[in-house]
Design a binder for this molecule. Structure first.
Ligand code: FES
Length: 167
């Protein structure tokens, strides 16, 4: 009798242990299938080191498959309080480089410090505001945060929230 009980206890404990391992493994597998792939997580953010930019320099970076411009303004360039990104003593203009008329990609002309859209002749100033032609609105400022001297596109930091009037 005692031998039967011990045997039953042993089988019960063994089955319980196997079931616990199975449940644990299932939960780990389910979590890894819910989590985004590392490549997707890293694709959500674009970091730009602003400390290496010269005054007047224009850069285009890719953010979530779209072009984003970054211009380090010279002291002679027009300030745009509603749109300038201030980092230390420097002002930067940042925006998604897509024309707000029909979605062409305007090119930046560093001589005139304007963006020119070849599709229908629209123009934007260095702040990204439409100044000529059919574009109905300024180029969109992507969500960003400032991390020291780095611009991190894809995160809504306090500087971004202030620019869009949510802080
Ligand atoms: S798409 Fe740029 S002006 Fe029409």
């Amino acid at each position: 009798m005692a031998e039967n009980v011990n045997r039953r206890d042993f089988l019960g404990m063994t089955l319980g242990a196997v079931a616990a391992v199975g449940v644990g493994a299932s939960l780990v597998a389910m979590k890894s299938s819910w989590d985004p792939l590392p490549s997707v997580v890293s694709a959500g953010f674009t970091t730009v080191d602003l400390s290496s930019m010269q005054e007047g320099e224009y850069r285009q970076v890719e953010y979530r498959g779209t072009p984003v411009y970054v211009i380090k303004k010279t002291t002679a360039m027009q300030k745009c309080e509603q749109r300038d990104v201030i980092v230390g003593e420097s002002s930067f203009s940042v925006g998604i480089q897509i024309c707000t008329h029909l979605g062409c990609i305007p090119s930046y002309d560093s001589n005139s410090t304007e963006f020119h859209c070849a599709c229908h002749g629209g123009r934007f100033d260095a702040c990204g505001r439409q100044v000529f032609g059919p574009p109905p609105s300024p180029m969109v400022i992507p969500p960003f945060k400032i991390d020291g001297t780095k611009l991190v596109l894809g995160e809504e930091g306090p500087e971004y929230l202030k620019l869009i009037g949510k802080a």
